[in-house]
Design a protein around this ligand. Sequence first.
Ligand SMILES: Cc1cc2nc3c(=O)[nH]c(=O)nc-3n(C[C@H](O)[C@H](O)[C@H](O)COP(=O)(O)OP(=O)(O)OC[C@H]3O[C@@H](n4cnc5c(N)ncnc54)[C@H](O)[C@@H]3O)c2cc1C
Length: 229
Amino acid sequence: MKAILRETRELAPAVRHFVFEIEAEQRFDFTPGQFVSLHGRFDGKDITRAYSLAAPPSGNRIELCLNLVEGGRFSPHLFALSPGDAVELTGPTGYFVARPTVRATLLAATGTGIAPYRAMLPGLLASAGTHPVTLLFGTRHEESILYREEWENWERSHANFRFWPTLSRAGEGWSGRRGYVQASLAEALGGTLDADVFVCGLTAMVNEVRALAKSLGLDRKQIVYEKYD
Ligand SMILES: Cc1cc2nc3c(=O)[nH]c(=O)nc-3n(C[C@H](O)[C@H](O)[C@H](O)COP(=O)(O)OP(=O)(O)OC[C@H]3O[C@@H](n4cnc5c(N)ncnc54)[C@H](O)[C@@H]3O)c2cc1C
């Protein structure tokens, strides 16, 4: 099916929010946390790339959070699109979705790995009751804290939600957390083993967080992950 680009906005250096509409469909249904596949043909080769849906279902509109990978084959093409341009899309697909059980939830991400949580959070908070939901987000610099204002708004409206950005290359003025997400993982779990841990981003981080969560006593079934590379 064809997705038509409607608008984009800059979120951070080399990271943009994209809004598409699925042409010829009234609704595009999916479970928050799932991804779509975008397709293109370059130099005679078909290329497909997966992108997490970055907002809950809303009619035939979908939102994505995209990183421009320097020297990448597909993402520069997406960054060169203008409103009105079309891209071929299939999906939705994926099992990186919220659990039916209601308990403490830790969402860990780096970079655009935060995208699926933007889709999942409203539903999670609606069903979490008083169970804590923590979003632990790692990036290098303060200017790359994606959707910061939105997470801070969720914090204000939900006493059980915490947004913990942690910077690996923070400037002097940063008074928040420093280091990789791994450094804050145990504290974010708050000593409980009755928790679901979601991890999304590049393989190296995902593997380290999984290993750390297991070493803290979590069963592998409690750890759900999505690797972007
Ligand atoms: C299930 C799934 C969901 C994904 N969701 C998203 C998403 O929501 N947003 C998004 O930007 N990407 C996402 N990706 C990654 C995306 O599919 C592409 O790999 C990415 O756009 C690079 O493609 P490319 O053709 O430009 O680069 P390629 O020519 O394929 O080069 C690949 C290089 O890009 C690196 N890379 C891959 N993804 C990223 C990234 N996000 N940030 C920095 N470096 C990266 C890889 O480590 C590798 O070195 C997802 C991947 C998977 C498997």
